[in-house]
Design a protein around this ligand. Structure first.
Ligand SMILES: [Zn+2]
Length: 206
């Protein structure tokens, strides 16, 4: 079994999508299934024992932005806050994995900025660029090099210091050693903007 009564990730995804699709926009609703999913598998909420009981979907660039009601769950009230249920379908395996996910989120702005500045694919030179990846060193190599330089205690400390009160995604704490190392090494990495086809080719290579 993948989770609960669901034999696969795809089956769980379909069931949860069905629950959400039936809800009107902006209308709070309850789903014990989604509450449990967040509590058990969300990369941040599972760590803090958070189980939002109400959800709502807000019109957004994508299909919708998904929010949970965190009223009363934290020392300071953040109320409605974006919480990704899709991330729960790929739960982190280790504490370090949680940090690696936050690292990925942390470089999204830099990647978007780079893509906007490199409108044409740097691979084929023809198509419009769609994706930005870490050409040298790879994202994985950066993460692995940082893991080698930090202790388990520093990882636990980094997770306990996450700022819950930011508006966007849950992110690495400013001023922490791990955050500093990531910024430093990520800034030295070469990015590359690629079209979808060229990006797929790099995935096959790695
Ligand atoms: Zn291309």
């Amino acid at each position: 079994m993948f989770w609960r009564e669901f034999p696969s990730k795809a089956a769980a995804k379909i069931a949860i999508q069905k629950i959400i699709n039936e809800q009107p926009f902006k209308q709070p609703f309850e789903s014990s299934l989604i509450s449990d999913l967040i509590l058990e598998r969300h990369y941040f909420c599972s760590l803090r024992g958070l189980r939002p009981s109400r959800f709502r979907k807000i019109p957004s660039y994508g299909a919708y932005s998904f929010e949970g009601d965190f009223t009363g769950w934290l020392e300071r009230d953040i109320g409605w806050h974006p919480v990704s249920w899709t991330k729960c379908l790929m739960p982190p395996l280790t504490e370090w994995d949680r940090i690696v996910r936050a690292m990925r989120d942390r470089c999204l702005d830099a990647k978007t900025f780079y893509r906007d500045a490199h409108f044409i694919c740097e691979g084929c030179g023809i198509e419009e660029s769609a994706e930005v990846h870490h050409k040298q060193p790879s994202f994985l190599a950066i993460a692995t090099s940082i893991r080698a330089d930090v202790s388990d205690v520093e990882i636990a400390d980094c997770l306990s210091g996450w700022d819950w009160f930011v508006k966007g995604d849950f992110s690495l704490p400013e001023g922490h050693k791990i955050t500093g190392l990531f910024d430093q090494r990520h800034n030295l990495a070469n990015l590359e903007a690629l079209c979808k086809d060229c990006h797929n080719k790099t995935k096959k290579r790695s």
